[in-house]
Design a protein around this ligand. Structure first.
Ligand code: MYA
Length: 454
């Protein structure tokens, strides 16, 4: 089956990505509440970071990235190596070890560091609220991510993570959280080798504290904490372009709840189309027909781990690896409204294919018809060929509809491009940049990238 001209014409409305660069930065009412002395704080943050205060700064072309210019990342694309044989860390670990600061970076006196305890509901609610009100939305504010509390708990609590990796900043002596960054340990296959790394996620600064150089303090502090535990590389994604992405992936969207997506302006009606025709186009089967298709179970972990790692290693130049069964169970054991995973078993009980998606609610503050839409994101998968990729992802769309997803999103990473046309995914306008910290690798095409972050 090929994509119809009508669906090609469909132009999805801006979908949420991690790009916050377009969102207005406000000095809002909470500023007064938090008792923020903006200018003084900015100066103190700059001092903590060793960034000169404005009045001390000489205009200079190198100021473009006052922070990133000091970090172990390629400053620009021309500094990226050209082949994996040349791939290398940018900082010498032994040298670095000698200079790791033992105490947290100083914060302005109004604020203090704290390690978020996600088992404490009050603290989890603080994180949920911070992110809901200050994390990522699209440029027109039609959509904003609202990671649920159970989703956050799952995402920041991968095996091997430690309390210092859930790094919060709050107003001193209160529970008011104003910033956050998290790390979870992982292993990344790079070229033929592997590196121990952390995934950095959920960097967020309250809107009232934006552009005061707090983000670099958070990044330096999490780097310090991760270094102290003997890890010197990280992987992360952002909508924003900073020095220097190793690839840039694009979002594709597969409509399920056609009318709802139109109502909230997630999609529009393409020329020569009407609602009944769109509904017919995007109709989804009620059940999966692949023989042996069933939910992933904990007992599948050893086989899924082995086959998934092999698939990721052999098909992509950079990929996340799952080193233990515990990692696989944590990442893929089905959890309602968080993550769903399935396998296709052969008659001889071999696992021939595996697929998963995770769920994020997107609130629609401007819609008077629907408060939110549910988005399923294609996550990790493998198939040995008995179940073609189109069938595997098609099955995930059926499962996504069964659990109430309104749309399925996928990046053009892994082999996803091979199924977009047949499964009627349309290109959105979101771009997600991928980065490695302290490891210089060549620039890649998105389809050479085997990493999907939450
Ligand atoms: S991506 C999601 C990021 N979060 C959001 O988009 C949520 C909404 N936005 C905000 O909360 C703020 O705008 C943020 C910036 C916090 C993003 N990644 O404090 P500032 C640089 C890295 O004055 P603010 C995710 O979670 C910017 O270029 N750097 O700015 C992965 C400038 O540096 P330079 C960023 O707007 C995060 C400096 O910050 C980002 O108030 C991976 C300005 O600081 C960004 N997304 O706050 C983090 N946006 O002058 C890196 C701006 O040099 C991890 N900047 O251009 C690195 C690995 C660390 C661990 C290593 C272990 C070994």
């Amino acid at each position: 089956m090929s994509q119809t001209p009508e669906s090609k014409e469909e132009k999805p409305a801006p979908a949420p990505t991690r790009d916050l660069s377009k969102v207005p930065v406000g000095q809002e009412q909470n500023e007064a509440e938090a008792g923020i002395r903006a200018k003084a704080i900015e100066a103190q943050l700059k001092k903590a970071l060793n960034v000169p205060a404005d009045d001390e700064t000489e205009p200079s072309p190198t100021k473009t990235h006052a922070f990133w210019g000091t970090q172990p990342v390629p400053a620009k694309p021309s500094e990226q190596v050209k082949s994996f044989e040349e791939a290398h860390p940018l900082e010498d670990v032994e040298e670095k070890m000698k200079h790791i600061r033992k105490t947290p970076l100083p914060l302005p006196q109004e604020f203090e560091w704290f390690n978020l305890d996600e088992t404490n509901d009050e603290q989890l609610t603080e994180l949920y609220t911070l992110l809901r009100e200050n994390y990522v939305s699209d440029s027109d504010a039609w959509f904003r991510f609202a990671y649920s509390k159970p989703m956050l708990k799952w995402a920041i609590n991968a095996p091997g993570t430690v309390k210092e990796y859930k790094c919060g900043v709050r107003v001193a002596g209160t529970s008011t959280m104003v910033a956050f960054i998290s790390a979870v340990p992982t292993v990344v296959a790079v070229g033929g080798g592997e590196i121990k790394a952390v995934i950095i996620d959920f960097l967020c600064v309250h809107k009232s504290l934006r552009e005061k150089r707090l983000a670099p303090v958070l990044i330096k502090e999490i780097t310090r904490r991760v270094n102290l535990r003997g890890t010197f590389q990280a992987v992360y994604t952002a909508g924003t372009v900073i020095p220097t992405p190793y690839t840039a992936a694009h979002y594709y969207h597969r409509s399920i709840s056609v009318e709802k997506l139109l109502d909230v302006h997630f999609t529009g009606i393409p020329k020569m189309m009407n609602v009944p025709r769109l509904k017919k186009l995007y109709r989804v089967e009620d059940a999966v027909e692949t023989p042996g298709w069933r939910k992933f179970r904990g007992g599948d972990a050893p086989v899924v781990r082995e086959k998934l790692n092999e698939y990721l290693r052999s098909n992509f130049k950079v990929a996340q690896l799952f080193k233990t069964d515990e990692d696989v169970i944590h990442s893929f054991k089905p959890r309602p409204n968080i993550v769903y995973s399935f396998v296709a078993e052969s008659p001889t009980k071999d696992i021939d294919a595996f697929g998963s998606f995770y769920c994020v609610t997107n609130e629609c503050p401007k819609s008077d018809k629907h408060p939110s839409i549910e988005i399923g994101y294609i996550y990790y998968y493998f198939t040995n060929g008995r179940v073609p990729l189109v069938e595997l992802i098609g099955n995930l769309i059926v499962e996504a509809k069964k659990v109430g997803m309104d749309v399925v999103n996928a990046l053009d990473v892994m082999k996803n491009k091979e199924m977009f046309t047949e499964l009627k995914f349309g290109k959105g306008d979101g771009t997600l940049n991928y980065y490695l910290f302290n490891f210089n690798i060549p620039a890649l095409q998105p389809e050479e990238n085997g990493i999907v972050l939450i």
